[in-house]
Design a protein around this ligand. Structure first.
Ligand SMILES: Nc1ncnc2c1ncn2[C@@H]1O[C@H](COP(=O)(O)OP(=O)(O)OP(=O)(O)O)[C@@H](O)[C@H]1O
Ligand SMILES: [Mg+2]
Length: 549
């Protein structure tokens, strides 16, 4: 029996003595009666586990471990618990110990169970747990710190990013505001420009309904924008005029090409003349969706043009008449002069008759000059083209009139452009024009003034402009549209024929030129008084063969 016990003890020791828990935790085993099969403290082996502890430390209650042994271990259960002990190895004191136990089934299906327990002081286990906790705590702490710092960094980065974004947005908003302001201002400028324009500016859709209208247009149609916008072309113009207007609008819609026209329109039973420009307003795909119209009321101008045409025709017929008369008178005049000459030769120089004959000759020569002027005017329709140098002709005329200028107390200033191209014209004719304009200027200055003659080539290089600027009395308002008329003169009887400007005009226009004037009459402005006659002559195209005279 003893042998068996030793053997069992030996067996259990072999199995249990190596079991260690933590630093000092050890294992012990009891059999199914509660006898220690193994315990690292050898004297306990074989002792009753319910009594041996109390025998050693009678002051300590081992109730807890006894319950565990009885209720759990001997019933073959496994689990973890704690109990009060009086020692642990060499440490002798009352302490709380942790115990983990499990059964050992010796024979499957039988009740013979042993139980093995591992015990260790709670403080030791707690220490282990504690350090695990601390490590965990540190790790968790670090993780939490990382998360917190990370979040702070992310938040601050986001904030900084948000700030820079905000900054950028503010800047962009300001720039946008500025450009909007600019746009608004330029829009305003355009609106003012359109609103203050003297032309009728409007937009219409394909049906001819007005989409917009500027002030000039609403004034023209005698209404307010709110009454007129939305109306149709046919509501504002007469039937024929509306059809005409719609024809142009449709043309722009169909072709996309601008239309520029001059035409009569009837509004409120009154006839007007319009020059209009119809422009297509296109969408992104290039399709016309509205038409912008700019119409100018040229009724007055047209009237003037018609009148001018009438005047030109009138002048042309006067010219023909004058030419006929001049031609008829030329011969008798030549005879009168011839005979006067003959009589002058035969009459005593100092005699009274000689003096009379001289007067006759002088007046006859005057008549001859008038006749020549008339004939010059009549040559209006002749189609002869020459080319001549403007400056050269001016110099020639100036050399002839120099004395007159001196005696009339007129200072001459010349601003002649160098290297001017030749112009269309006959030198004799141009000199006649220049002479007329200079003598008119001298006469207007009444014994004192400055005559400035200048020549320039215009910007496009196709015309030479000659200016005769005087500081004379100017041309009175009421005479301004009469000075080119035949026989209009403000000079005293015998001093002027009133043909000078008419003839000059005829010559200049014959060569495709123009003669205009700007004037300030003495009664308008005493300081700025004076007249400038401007002769503009077409340049002869280089390379074309022209005869220079
Ligand atoms: N430079 C000028 N300054 C002021 N009035 C002018 C000037 N040139 C022309 N006139 C006005 O135009 C009128 C017509 O001029 P125009 O040369 O046709 O005839 P005229 O000089 O009167 O006579 P003539 O046939 O002798 O030239 C002049 O009488 C004068 O009233
Ligand atoms: Mg004259």
């Amino acid at each position: 029996m003893i042998l068996f016990t030793v053997d069992v003890t030996h067996l259990v020791r072999k199995a249990v003595e190596d079991i260690k828990s933590g630093k000092t935790g050890y294992a012990w085993a009891i059999d199914n009666r509660g006898i220690f099969l193994y315990h690292p403290e050898k004297d306990l082996i074989g002792e009753d586990a319910f009594k041996a502890r109390a025998a050693r430390k009678p002051k300590i209650s081992f109730e807890q471990i006894n319950i565990i042994q009885k209720e759990k271990m001997l019933k073959g259960e496994e689990g973890i618990s704690w109990y009060i002990s009086g020692w642990h190895g060499d440490v002798k004191k009352e302490m709380k110990k942790l115990i983990a136990y499990a059964p050992v089934h010796l024979t499957p299906g039988q009740d013979l169970n042993w139980s093995i327990a591992v015990a260790a002081p709670l403080s030791e286990v707690e220490g282990v747990i504690h350090s695990v906790y601390i490590r965990q705590f540190y790790i968790q702490g670090i993780i939490i710190l990382v998360i917190i710092f990370g979040s702070i960094y992310v938040i601050s980065f986001e904030k900084r990013w948000a700030l820079s974004l905000e900054d950028e947005v503010t800047k962009k908003t300001e720039a946008l505001k500025k450009s909007l302001d600019k746009l608004e201002k330029s829009e305003e400028k355009y609106r003012t420009l359109i609103e203050s324009a003297e032309d009728l500016i409007f937009t219409v859709d394909e049906k001819g309904d007005y989409l917009s209208m500027n002030r000039c247009a609403t004034r023209f149609f005698g209404g307010y924008p709110e009454n007129l916008i939305g109306k149709n072309v046919s509501d504002l113009f007469s039937k024929e005029s509306a059809e005409l207007e719609m024809g142009f609008i449709k043309q722009v819609f169909n072709t996309g090409i601008n239309v520029n026209v001059k035409y009569p329109v009837e509004v409120d039973k009154r006839e007007y003349w319009f020059t209009s420009n119809f422009v297509g307003i296109k969408n992104e795909s290039g399709k016309v969706f509205a038409v912008l119209g700019i119409s100018r009321d040229i009724t007055e101008r047209k009237k003037m043009e018609d009148e001018q045409m009438y005047n030109t025709e009138k002048l042309a017929s006067i010219g023909k008449l004058a030419a006929g008369v001049a031609h008829e008178l030329n011969n008798p005049m030549a005879i009168i002069l011839g005979f006067t000459d003959l009589l002058l030769e035969k009459t005593e120089h100092s005699s009274k008759n000689h003096e009379v004959l001289e007067t006759i000759e002088k007046q006859a020569l005057n008549c001859k000059r008038i006749l020549e002027s008339l004939l010059g005017f009549a040559r209006y329709h002749e189609k002869i083209e020459y080319s001549t140098d403007v400056n050269e002709n001016l110099e020639r005329v100036v050399s002839v009139v120099e004395n007159i200028l001196f005696t009339e107390n007129v200072t001459l200033e010349k601003n002649l452009a160098k290297d001017l191209p030749k112009v269309r014209g006959n030198s004799g004719h141009l000199q006649q024009v220049f002479m007329n304009l200079i003598t008119n200027a001298v006469a207007a200055m009444e014994g004192k003034g400055v005559l400035t003659i200048s020549t320039t080539l215009n910007e496009s290089g196709n015309r030479v402009e000659i200016r005769f600027k005087d500081t004379g009395q100017g041309i009175k308002r009421e005479y301004r549209d009469k000075i080119f008329e035949a026989f209009f003169t403000t000079k005293r009887m015998g001093e002027g024929t009133g043909l000078g400007l008419l003839v000059s005009h005829g010559i200049v226009t014959k060569y495709g030129g123009e003669i205009t004037f700007e004037t300030v009459a003495e009664e308008e402005d005493r300081e700025k008084k004076g007249t400038t006659f401007i002769v503009s002559l077409p340049v002869v195209p280089s390379g074309s063969e022209q005869i220079s005279i």
